[in-house]
Design a protein around this ligand. Structure first.
Ligand SMILES: [Zn+2]
Length: 107
């Protein structure tokens, strides 16, 4: 149930796909195609949730502007901690998969 006056994301995505990116957890293109890295399967659920919120916010602001981060903050108040955690979580990806260089959710 939406609270009256509550700003909401109306995520309109064109396409979602799963890929095996080397350096990204996920990305969102200008055409609102969201690509998720299958290595997200190894991450704790709260971080996967943050990646999804982050990318859905990119369907509204396709950049890392102040407005973008305001929207992320609104949807995920603890995002700053999660963002830091995400930068260190390549440890969750098993070494047998590939030497991991993941450090960013996107770029
Ligand atoms: Zn981003």
């Amino acid at each position: 149930m939406a609270v009256v006056g509550e700003p909401r994301i109306e995520p309109t995505i064109n396409k979602a796909s799963v890929r095996g990116q080397k350096t990204l957890w996920a990305s969102c293109s200008y055409q609102k195609n969201i690509s998720l890295n299958y290595k997200l399967l190894f991450l704790p659920p709260h971080l996967v949730r943050y990646v999804l919120v982050h990318e859905l916010c990119h369907t509204v602001h396709l950049n890392h502007s102040a407005q973008f981060w305001e929207l992320v903050l609104e949807k995920e108040p603890g995002y700053a901690v999660l963002d830091r955690e995400l930068r260190k979580c390549s440890q969750y990806v098993p070494g047998w998969l590939e030497p991991s260089v993941l450090g960013n959710h996107d770029s």
